[in-house]
Design a protein. Sequence first.
Length: 77
Amino acid sequence: MRKILVLLILNCCYGFIQAQPKSTAQLYGDLFDVVQMQKIYPDGKTFPDASPQQQPEKIMKDYEALNNKPGFNLAAL
């Protein structure tokens, strides 16, 4: 009985952890690091608090395509 209770608790905890939304850093990875390190915004809170205009996957795909071009400057966008 005790093992079943422990398994139920662990299962509930696992579901809770999986249901948590990803952070901005998790969604945007390298882009997040670059934006924060290059101080694209005047503070470290603007980018994480921003509402994206497109899906994160599309943003990252576009960023990766642009980032590989010579002379790419994120701050100039």
